[in-house]
Design a binder for this molecule. Structure first.
Ligand SMILES: [Zn+2]
Ligand SMILES: [Zn+2]
Length: 561
């Protein structure tokens, strides 16, 4: 039975280039999951877009003396380019700066307002006497109430990861000019989050399939008790407020960005000429998954579900497989300290599949994990090149040379060959169920262990010896090994889409892996192979010193000023 799978991926701020932390945290796992489900024949919709609002954009615009619009447009283009090169297969990657998004946001805002889940109240907002304006939370700096970190911002503490309110900061001052701020009263709208406390707790209790870290974080907020939150601000960049008297204020970014999942689905439906095509992905019968980093859990397991509950008749999240953080060379990744590996830099120098493989094999699913160039080199050379790539190349080259460029007729299979084919089916089943449960790291390990089995089999069968005195035996070994490759191009496809398509073609198949589906596609004796080529490129040891010295250096971060 086919399933309907909605995949929402956290919206990146269009204020700077993507780095490996973004990819390993959200975009790669989401893409692996989408490709897997498409191969299974399920109906998949994967959407996201660049978050063009919010203080990170306006801060960057002020630093570069340009407009928020220009910053957002520039990075949105760069994101699109990165998705294409890395093979992140969005069905739609839009932006929050569309008419459609504003309309959907207004609809949700007004519905919640009429139902009493949004109300008007006064709040004190930080005002900088030197800059002579109200400051967005992100422009406010001070010591964190929870952990004492002196450079916490008015929306979140980067050290302990807790969302904070501007009033939670000690010695609050302006982030741009360091002047102490004063708080002035201003009228705003609030989301009555407290009204959803019991309903959310009851709902979260049913989510036993969620990851431990996601449940843990969610319960921490629930146990502390949910507080109402202001959803508008005295700013001029963002979605307007559909109420008179609020022309100079805007809807705050965290409230509208999550609505992007719904508005992007509606935009996707319009683009394909069927305005109602969004509905099946938001109604019973569909499963809604959200991929994001752990700092975003609160917004996806509590805030967005509360908004959906209040609005009514739309699917709540089915799963939120949030990842922990990726460290770089043993140190916490930090864009402000420029300690990062930038995706555009990587894509200029190396193959997309190598990165996809290394990040998947080391995905921070249950705890933080580290990316180092030494580990990157080791996995690329020892696993992709020497294990999987080597198996594929020697089998394909041997077949091409000794059997007239075609798949040989195997005759009757011996015990060992039957056993290996059995294992390749078992591997397909096992990777299938691991991916179904979002266990990406274990799934890619399982796929690689099938490649190891293939190498072991080939070494024992030694067709290069049997080809002379018993070519029929060699034909059987090579046929079996080619069949294993046919399973490998499938189990590796979600992780390594480019090399899987290549292997698919080298094996002589037409069309794409996606059209072939989740199976070991059977080989017909006589099927023409294509001229063998290596699947992966071996990298030189020197990249380790070279690349490591670039992390955190100005040269390595030319995209960032
Ligand atoms: Zn100031
Ligand atoms: Zn803190």
């Amino acid at each position: 039975m086919t399933e309907r799978i909605f995949i929402g991926v956290a919206w990146p701020y269009a204020n700077g280039p993507l780095h490996l932390g973004h990819i390993s945290g959200a975009y790669l796992p989401a893409d692996i999951f989408a490709r897997y489900h498409r191969l299974k024949g399920n109906e998949v919709l994967m959407v996201s877009g660049s978050d063009q609002h919010g203080a990170p954009i306006t801060i960057r615009a002020e630093q570069e003396s340009t407009t928020p619009q220009e910053i957002a447009t520039k990075y949105h283009q760069q994101f699109l380019d990165c998705w294409q090169k890395l093979g992140i297969s969005f069905d739609l990657f839009t932006t929050t700066d569309t008419q459609n998004h504003a309309q959907v946001t207004h609809d949700i805002f007004l519905t919640l307002l009429h139902k009493g889940y949004i109300y008007k109240d006064k709040m004190f907002q930080a005002y900088c006497p030197k800059c002579r304006r109200f400051l967005p939370d992100r422009y406010l700096e001070g010591a964190c109430l929870y952990c004492g970190f002196p450079k916490a911002r008015g929306d979140e503490c980067d050290e302990c990861g807790k969302p904070v309110n501007p009033s939670d900061l000690k010695d609050p001052h302006c982030y741009l000019c360091s002047t102490p701020v004063r708080f002035e009263s201003s009228e705003h709208f609030f989301l009555r989050l407290s009204a959803f406390q019991d309903k959310l707790a009851a709902w979260v209790k049913e989510q036993s399939h969620w990851r431990h870290n996601v449940l843990g974080t969610t319960w921490k907020f629930l146990d502390e008790g949910l507080k109402d939150r202001a959803i508008t601000r005295d700013i001029d960049w963002g979605v307007s407020i559909p109420q008179s008297g609020f022309e100079n204020k805007r809807i705050y970014v965290w409230f509208e960005a999550v609505i992007g999942y719904l508005s992007a689905t509606k935009e996707w439906a319009k683009l394909r000429g069927d305005d109602l095509a969004w509905q099946p992905f938001w109604q019973s019968g569909a499963k809604n998954y959200y991929f994001l980093g752990k700092d975003n859990i609160f917004f996806h397991t509590l805030i967005w579900p509360a908004m959906l509950m209040g609005y009514g008749s739309l699917n709540l999240p089915y799963d939120v497989p949030a990842n922990e953080f990726l460290t770089i060379e043993g140190r916490k990744l930090s864009t402000s300290r420029k300690w990062a590996v930038w995706l555009p830099d990587y894509l200029e120098r190396y193959e997309p599949d190598s990165l996809r493989y290394v990040l998947a094999a080391n995905m921070p699913e249950t705890g933080d994990s580290d990316f180092s160039w030494r580990e990157f080199l080791r996995r690329n050379n020892n696993e992709l090149v020497a294990t999987y790539g080597n198996l594929a190349h020697r089998v394909l080259a041997f077949a091409y040379r000794n059997f007239d460029g075609a798949i040989p007729t195997p005759g009757e299979l011996d015990e060992q060959s039957r056993e290996l084919l059995h294992k390749s089916q078992a591997s397909l089943d096992s990777v299938d169920s691991l991916l179904y449960r979002c266990n990406f790291k274990e799934a890619v390990r399982e796929a690689m262990s099938l490649a190891r089995e293939g190498n072991r089999y080939l070494d024992e069968q030694a067709p290069w010896k049997t080809i002379k005195e018993a070519p029929g035996v060699a034909a059987k070994s090579i046929y079996t090994a080619l069949s294993v490759l046919s399973a490998l191009k499938t189990v590796f496809y979600p992780f390594l889409p480019f090399s899987s398509e290549k292997l698919h073609s080298l094996l002589g198949f037409d069309g794409s892996v996606k059209e072939a589906g989740w199976k070991r596609q059977s080989l017909s004796p006589g099927q023409r192979l294509r001229q063998p080529q290596p699947l992966f490129v071996k990298l030189d040891d020197s990249i380790v010193t070279q690349e490591t010295s670039q992390v955190g250096s100005v040269e390595g971060n030319q995209n960032v000023k």
